[in-house]
Design a protein around this ligand. Structure first.
Ligand code: HBI
Ligand code: FE
Length: 288
């Protein structure tokens, strides 16, 4: 496994990638439901209960509306059950993978409306934090918004864009966009009783500490999403973000990222990278 945008590290990946003939060429494997222990199901139940209680006032409306589509919360859901509903909603399906997979297989799955969901769950000792995505991060964090048509179309376009970025040698820049939107993005909800900042990024929504921090803490800076600015900005994988990027809506995110990125990648070559806590004069600061 090479370095991924989850940060290159010398730690061996958690997943068992060599399962006897089970892991296919596209890195997918069956969800071995019988392999889950009672402790695994209990971990999922406890994570889901804690996280869903935190959502009001912190998670975006679309996420809260879609979460029930994830299905049962008392134990790890069967991916086939989720796919019954998900495929009808947006043509997506979740597929099991042993863990992080190389970028081209990852982008290829997304481009074909298949979301790779890690099939193992953290140990009780890792309840509060796990550095590599597990089934709770992927299901609770990523899958509900795949029921939202605009976000689902964005994710498919992101996969297609990732394959183009790989051909152009721009995966590192594009993975920063992924990091600061799909993993750690914030949205400013403009109307209704739920006006204000809300989280839509999976890394925030699946973390009890960072969900409160990202939306309410005065510490981090929050900047309006700008493609060049965001793709210049490095990030850290094992601490809360120092900068969050903010969108107004999923439609805005989809429209902003629809055009061909090739000219942007060319411009990025002559722009210096930025530290995670950098602040530029042109930044549109968003207040809490
Ligand atoms: N693999 N299973 C899995 N899930 C991810 O989110 C993921 C991945 N591999 C690579 C990756 N994400 C990032 O490098 C993307 O920016 C490509
Ligand atoms: Fe993720």
């Amino acid at each position: 496994m090479g370095a991924t945008s989850y940060g290159s590290s010398d730690r061996p990946p958690r997943g068992d990638y060599a399962r006897a003939g089970q892991v296919k060429a596209d890195y997918t494997c069956p969800q071995d439901y019988a392999a889950y222990t009672a402790a695994d199901h209990d971990t999922y139940r406890r994570l889901y209960a804690r996280q869903s209680a935190l959502l009001p006032g912190l998670a975006c409306d679309e996420f809260i509306a879609a979460l029930p589509s994830l299905g049962q919360s008392s134990q790890i859901p069967r991916f086939d059950d989720i796919n019954e509903r998900l495929h009808k909603a947006t043509g997506w399906e979740v597929v099991a993978v042993p863990g992080l997979i190389p970028e081209v297989p990852f982008f290829t799955l997304l481009a074909n409306r298949k979301f790779p969901v890690t099939d193992w769950i953290r140990t009780p000792a890792e309840f509060d934090y796990i550095v590599e995505p597990d089934v709770f991060h992927d299901l609770f964090g990523h899958v509900p918004l795949l029921f939202n048509p605009v976000f689902a179309d964005h994710m498919q376009a992101y996969g297609a864009g990732g394959l183009k970025a790989h051909r152009l040698g721009a995966c590192e820049q594009l993975s920063r966009l992924y990091w600061y939107t799909i993993e750690f993005g914030l949205m400013r909800q403009a109307s209704g009783p739920n006006q204000g900042l809300r989280a839509y990024g999976a890394g925030i929504l699946s973390s009890s500490g960072e969900l409160v921090h990202a939306v309410t803490s005065p510490e981090p800076q929050r900047i309006g999403l700008d493609l060049l600015r965001t793709m210049r900005t490095r990030y850290k994988i094992d601490s809360y973000q120092q900068t969050y990027f903010v969108i107004d809506s999923f439609q805005q995110l989809f429209d902003m990222t629809a055009p061909d990125f090739t000219p942007l990648y060319a411009q990025l070559k002559s722009l210096p990278e930025l530290a995670a806590d950098a602040l530029l004069p042109g930044d549109r600061l968003i207040q809490r």
